[in-house]
Design a protein around this ligand. Sequence first.
Ligand code: JFZ
Length: 335
Amino acid sequence: MDMIDFFTRSRFGMFVHFGLYSIPAGVWKGREQGRNHYAEWIRYQALWPDGGAIPDGEYRALASEFNPAAFDADAWAEEIRNAGMKYVVITAKHHDGFALWDSRVSGFNIVKATPFRRDLIRELKEACDRRGIVLGAYYSHWLDWEFPGGGLPLWPEIPEDPPLEQPSDAEFEHYFTAKCLPQVTELLDGYGIRLFWFDNWCKCSLLTEARLEKLIDLVHSRGGIVNSRIGVTWNHSGGDAAGIDYLSMGDNQFPDKAIPRPWETSGTFNESWGYHRLDYRWKTTDFLLKCLISNASRNGNYQLNIGPRADGSIPAPSVRRLREIGAWLAVNGES
Ligand code: JFZ
């Protein structure tokens, strides 16, 4: 199957943010994280606005508690299918560096570092394959807060943030060649992943054109596809992004006209991507359907996110909306 043809026709997909951050779920030692409410950022935001981050050892220790025993790949895949979604992109590795598969490259993963010891990506891939759903991977290629040389957060637009000292070019090269490229290779060759969602949003000198090209060539060499957020040199909303297969809009951004290339908007049911126990700002099903229709009518996809709880269950408000959307599509949609 040609992946970009599939992607262009699919219209509706799921995004999943799941990882160690699903345990604190936006609250660290009784305090709600500050500034933005992206629970997957808690390692860098728990102590805002006082500054500082959760120490590496303390964050790492979450792995010994991570045991999503209620995770059921078939149950997830059923929700995806019944919602009318054709694919799912999961945070195989988010910025914290923790991998949801049995990686030989880094032991900081769900099989080797947790009591759960099951390969979530493997189980989900098989459940998706059984239903003709395509499994894609979010892979944080720039930020990695675990591996020596991995990128650190940069928010140039927020002057009050204390600047973090970035790794040197040589240090980042070490991370890129010893972790990033080998792990993406594992996802390609060990799991058959062909749909990739990479993430970078500000000008970072570590992500050189040469490195981006290497990563893009690697994915392309197996027939896989990559999104525009792989690097800022590729304009999110258009431009001549050579090498890019599809555009990713900014979070929850819905363009008001058609775009003459494959594209998607990733969006949330509430505010946070990862599960946040205090995030009650749920959007209505009507609103979410309008977002889907708006994108579909402009030849784009809508990639709607769930943030499963640490036990692996999908929060009830998301399940309810997924089922309401699915019910509407079953009557009014085209399959
Ligand atoms: C990124 C991540 O940092 C976040 O945790 C989540 O995974 C989200 C889907 O992507 O956040 C971004 C990235 C890019 C923009 C905004 C938020 N952007 O370009 O507007």
